[in-house]
Design a protein around this ligand. Structure first.
Ligand SMILES: *[C@@H]1O[C@H](CO)[C@@H](O)[C@H](O)[C@H]1NC(C)=O
Ligand SMILES: *[C@@H]1O[C@H](CO)[C@@H](O)[C@H](O)[C@H]1NC(C)=O
Ligand SMILES: *[C@@H]1O[C@H](CO)[C@@H](O)[C@H](O)[C@H]1NC(C)=O
Length: 811
């Protein structure tokens, strides 16, 4: 997959200046980009570009050719901090400038341009960064400036300004600016612009993270971009970066030097999960001159480990446990358009800075490329990763979802280690439900897989448990709160928190077997009431036309399952979300089950559209087309997927399935499907079948076979629709039953179990013998045991006699 570059962010409005190359030097929190360029007289200009308004603003100009190292403007745009190199070493020697420092750091009043103060005049590089107040806070008279020095310390300056005259803003304090040390003896530091956080490493953390930090000079990440320095790749410097995600993920990524030429190793510490993973990738074409440093990019849901020309590994931060939910791309798939193969950095989420050209780009995962990748995928791990990315990360649009459903319907059978229908349903549900409430993501399943033990070709991965970070922050909000709840759920053994259907199945089977008369218990009434609520909830938000006959009939079994699911999911959420009101949980649970039914409905509608089926699947006088056969097959797979995870189906599903089966399958296959419980005989379908089909020999055979398979209760409801001697069976059956009841004084009023899958050849007799056998089993044996007179004897005799009368041979 290619990560498509959406747009080149920088536009130059002022072209009159005959400007030379333009370099990004910093990105401020409000998204404004500071850049520099050389003007006509080799003047050095500093400008500001606003991504929202697409306006450029000229901030300052030095009448000299300077190499700007670092630059930052405060949020009120009244102060500019800038650090630059005054002379190169050669210039200094040749011009005898020994007493002049190599670097200078200035604080400049620019509103309007006024005083200039020197903050540092030293021989080591300095980076500057203003802190930005939270958005919405009114403008203040105080600005804070971070100053990071190559001499391994960070300071903070507090600068008070006053407004003089009209619009003129000056620094208040005439003497030394108040300053404070933030950190000493640093070896690495990173500025997180968006959240205004400073991450740093001082050597006492060395053993804790287990990162080798010897022999490295100070490495600063995201303290502006010094394009000249970054061009000379420093092989020894620590390639380490911290990423956070909106959902409370905290990762430390670092690449490790490897002595093996065609291999590269990098580690991700998932601090919010309590483990690190070390990946080793074998490179296809090891070109020695090629840069062998992995760049880490922040795409929020993923961290990308990128080695241009080799691979692009999108590591899932949210669900890092199973490797199949990360995308490992190589070859053409790993090509990122427009990104150079030289040094790149990720200053902000979904943003990439090309350090050589000084340009900045927005990056995002393209759903077209993702679909392409899915279609070309050869391995189940690729399919899982692509489905996961499309459904949970890219933010599934209706169109993308349609494409995925089509892919599933056509490529179902290529997946061997997972069921793509189950995966689609569970992942889509997760994505729809989780935004409803904080922490719901830890209680609902995001995948249909319980485990995945496959391998990803070309990558090996080692996982180690690490100790969880201890948060010093109390009553925190936003990111820290989310991180904290992630850590809590790791402590409470996260996998067990996810809702699971195994209890549901047991309970459902138990309740399904309940006898008719017990269906009036309060418990069952409550369960069915739940189902009713789900269906009416669905009615309120489903305005698009529904596929007939879905949702148009009652289906006791499915309604039972819906109701049970509501009740069990509710218990599950109540257990873990005690602080949430019952009303809110009720609503979430209804949404969940209704969304589930809606998804299955949506899938079927799309399949219908894809195969251009019309509503005449219920015209039983014609045979089904090849398209109908394909759809019948997909419906069977949906049924299998739902059974596998004990998910309810929309009422009417079995009617539709049976309807297609009657049209598409040869009789013996149809009957086999019925006998094995794949196809269910629903009242609506059977009634229609009996009514619509005429009595040709073939149809009679079909109708007869169906009727003999009906449970007694259903049979009594429908046999009136077939005006045929076979009805005499039912009349005879009923008569025997009544008579025997009288005879036995109600002793055998218990209905006799139906014998299903056995082909029944001779109905009245069969029923009689069943009933008699039932009485026998109750111990009411009228004769002596040794007589060999029993029900079986009666049956044989009657058959023999009938055969004789008909002149048939009895074997
Ligand atoms: C199914 O997979 C094949 C190849 O694996 C692909 O060409 C086709 O486009 C896929 N079908 C859909 C609808 O995506
Ligand atoms: C991952 O963590 C384990 C346990 O702390 C440690 O032994 C291992 O060295 C770490 N891996 C890397 C690559 O740092
Ligand atoms: C089945 O349900 C009944 C009534 O609800 C209950 O008494 C019985 O214990 C259940 N059996 C099983 C195996 O769960």
């Amino acid at each position: 997959m290619q990560i498509i570059i959406l747009c080149l962010l920088i536009l130059i409005s002022d072209t009159s200046e005959n400007s030379s190359a333009l370099y990004v030097v910093n990105v401020e929190r409000n998204g404004k980009i500071i850049y520099t360029w050389k003007g006509n007289q080799r003047n050095t200009h500093i400008g500001l570009y606003d991504r929202q308004t697409k306006q450029n603003e000229h901030l300052y100009m030095f009448e000299r050719d300077l190499h700007i190292i670092s630059c930052s403007v405060n949020s009120e745009r009244t102060l500019l901090a800038v650090s630059f190199r005054q002379y190169t070493e050669e210039e200094r020697v040749s011009r005898l400038l020994q007493s002049v420092s190599k670097y200078l750091t200035l604080l400049i009043e620019i509103h309007p341009i006024n005083n200039v103060r020197v903050l540092k005049a030293v021989d080591s590089c300095v980076r500057v960064q203003f802190l930005y107040p939270d958005e919405g806070r009114c403008t203040s008279t105080e600005s804070r400036l971070l100053l990071a020095s190559e001499d391994k310390y960070i300071e903070q300056f507090d600068i008070h300004v006053v407004a003089e005259e009209e619009h003129k803003v000056v620094i208040q304090n005439s003497g030394q600016l108040p300053r404070a040390r933030v950190a000493d003896d640093l070896i690495w530091a990173q500025w997180d612009m968006m959240e205004q956080r400073l991450f740093y490493i001082v050597p006492k953390l060395e053993s804790h993270l287990d990162i080798s930090v010897h022999d490295t000079r100070l490495k600063l990440v995201n303290f502006g971009y010094d394009y000249c320095q970054d061009r000379e790749v420093a092989p020894k410097s620590l390639n380490l970066q911290v990423f956070t995600s909106k959902a409370g993920g905290l990762c430390v990524c670092c690449s490790l030097a490897s002595d093996i030429p065609d291999e590269i190793t990098y580690s991700i510490y998932f601090l919010h999960k309590g483990y690190n993973k070390t990946f080793t990738v074998s490179l296809e074409r090891a070109e020695t001159h090629q840069l062998k440093e992995v760049a880490f990019l922040n795409l929020d849901y993923y961290v990308a480990a990128y080695l241009p020309g080799q691979f692009l590994h999108l590591l899932n931060i949210q669900h890092p446990d199973l490797l199949c939910y990360s995308l490992f791309l190589t070859g053409e798939d790993a090509r990122v358009d427009m990104l150079p193969s030289c040094s790149i950095q990720s200053p902000l989420v979904s943003t990439v800075l090309d350090c050589c050209a000084g340009s900045i780009y927005a990056v995002s995962i393209s759903d077209t490329a993702l679909l392409q990748f899915l279609r070309n995928s050869k391995q189940d791990s690729e399919r899982l990763a692509a489905l996961h990315c499309a459904l949970l990360c890219v933010g599934s649009t209706t169109d993308l979802e349609t494409q995925i459903i089509w892919w599933i319907s056509e490529n179902l059978s290529t997946c061997h280690t997972f069921d793509p229908i189950q995966e689609f349903i569970i992942a889509s549900l997760y994505c729809r439900m989780c935004p409803e409430m904080h922490n719901l993501d830890k209680l609902l399943p995001y995948t249909s897989l319980l485990d995945w033990i496959g391998v990803i070709p070309g990558v090996t991965c080692a996982t180690d448990i690490i100790s969880l970070p201890i948060l010093g922050v109390q009553n925190s909000k936003g990111f820290w709160d989310k991180l904290n709840s992630n850590l809590e759920s790791v402590k409470y053994a996260e996998p067990h928190l996810h809702y699971h259907n195994n209890v549901l199945r047991r309970e459902w089977l138990n309740l399904s077997e309940e006898k008719e008369e017990r269906r009036t218990t309060a418990y069952l009434r409550n369960i069915l009431e739940n189902a009713k609520k789900v269906l009416s909830h669905l009615d309120t938000w489903d305005c698009e036309e529904r596929l007939t006959p879905l949702f148009q009939e009652e289906d006791y079994q499915q309604q039972l399952l819906m109701g049970l699911m509501v009740s069990q999911l509710k218990d599950h959420l109540m257990r873990h979300l005690q602080y949430v009101g019952k009303k809110k949980i009720d609503q979430i649970v209804l949404d969940y089950v209704a969304n589930l039914l809606n998804l299955i409905h949506r899938m079927m509608k799309e399949v219908w559209r894809r195969y251009e089926l019309h509503s005449c699947v219920f015209c039983f006088d014609k045979r089904g087309s090849a398209a109908e056969f394909a759809v019948f097959h997909i419906m069977s797979r949906i049924l299998e997927a739902a059974n596998g995870m004990c998910l309810p189906l929309p009422p009417g599903f079995h009617t539709l399935h049976l309807g297609l089966g009657v049209r598409c399958l040869p009789l013996h296959t149809l009957l086999h499907y019925i006998d094995t419980g794949v196809l269910h005989l629903t009242e609506v379908c059977v009634r229609k079948l009996l009514k619509d089909l005429d009595n040709t020999e073939k149809n009679e055979k079909l109708k007869f076979s169906i009727i003999t398979r009906l449970p007694e209760a259903l049979g009594q409801k429908v046999y009136q629709f077939w005006n045929h001697p076979v009805n005499a069976n039912f009349i005879a059956r009923k008569y025997v039953k009544l008579l025997l009841q009288k005879l036995g004084n109600g002793q055998c009023s218990r209905p006799v179990p139906e014998r299903h899958s056995v082909p029944v050849e001779f109905l009245p007799l069969n029923y009689l013998t069943n009933t008699l056998a039932g009485i026998e089993n109750q111990g009411l044996h009228p004769c002596e045991k040794e007589d060999h007179v029993n029900t079986r004897f009666v049956e044989e005799t009657a058959l023999r006699h009938t055969m004789m009368l008909l002149g048939l041979k009895y074997s």
